[in-house]
Design a protein around this ligand. Structure first.
Ligand SMILES: *[C@@H]1O[C@H](CO)[C@@H](O)[C@H](O)[C@H]1NC(C)=O
Length: 242
């Protein structure tokens, strides 16, 4: 018995020093569509990312409902997966991720600590859980209420035909957030308050165990893999206001 236990411990010790890290670029989005990691079987997580019906009620469907952005579908992103400020220097949220040399099985529901390295938020940190798969490099997303391909933003919130603001980039000022649906206003305001209207800042990132306050909302917790994935900290963290 002693030997296998020792070997196991050694392997875990080695593995826990790993996890993805690097640098990347961010963009921002919110298309209302069911995110990729909300489908079953994407990773070893206990269950896929929670999605919501048209009225923002959790579906608890274990990923079986077709995306509201596909014909006949009715699963959408839940509005509680909007970013929020934990304090002046840290925010929590979710992201579409793409890490070179890695894949969805590795990043779905994994968390990453981003340190912004350019723009007005340089030096601030954001912990995000990957709920979706994004474009070419590195990373990650922030909020842009309900723009994008497909019908998600039209069906779920009755947005104007072209959504709000620019198709890529969203609204230009905090005052425009007032025209958003009630449930999306907080995320829109976050973009101009904590995030200071930063425009696609660069980041340094490293994989971390998810804060429990994030997994409590997404419903997605990974099994131990390259790092110990046990969620950390309290399961609710209030929004910081200046
Ligand atoms: C902000 O919150 C993070 C996460 O809880 C914590 O580690 C950090 O110490 C806090 N910073 C300040 C300035 O309160």
């Amino acid at each position: 018995m002693q030997l296998p236990l020792t070997i196991l411990t050694a392997l875990i010790g080695l593995a826990s020093a790993q996890g993805a890290q690097g640098t990347g670029k961010t963009t921002r989005y919110w298309d209302c569509c069911k995110p990729s990691c909300a489908w079953p079987g994407k990773s070893t997580a206990s269950s896929p990312v929670q999605t919501c019906d048209k009225n923002d009620n959790p579906l608890n469907d274990r990923g079986s409902t077709r995306s509201g952005c596909d014909s006949g579908g009715s699963a959408f992103m839940c509005s509680n997966q909007s970013p929020w400020a934990v304090n002046e220097t840290v925010a929590y949220g979710w992201a579409a991720v793409n890490i070179a040399g890695s894949n969805e099985a590795a990043w779905c529901c994994s968390c990453y600590e981003l340190t912004f390295t350019s723009g007005p938020v340089a030096g601030k940190k954001m912990v995000v859980q990957a709920t979706n798969t994004g474009g070419i490099w590195g990373i990650i997303t922030l909020i842009l209420p309900c723009r994008g391909e497909g019908w998600g933003y039209l069906m779920q919130y009755g947005a104007p035909p072209n959504g709000w603001g620019e198709r890529y980039g969203g609204v230009a000022s905090k005052s425009a957030c007032a025209s958003f649906p009630e449930k999306l206003k907080a995320g829109c305001n976050w973009r101009f308050d904590w995030f200071q209207g930063a425009d696609n800042p660069d980041v340094r990132f490293r994989q971390v165990a998810c804060p429990a306050a994030i997994t409590a909302k997404s419903g997605c917790v990974r099994q131990r893999d390259v790092i110990d994935q046990t969620p950390t900290g309290p399961s609710t963290v209030p929004t910081w206001t200046p």
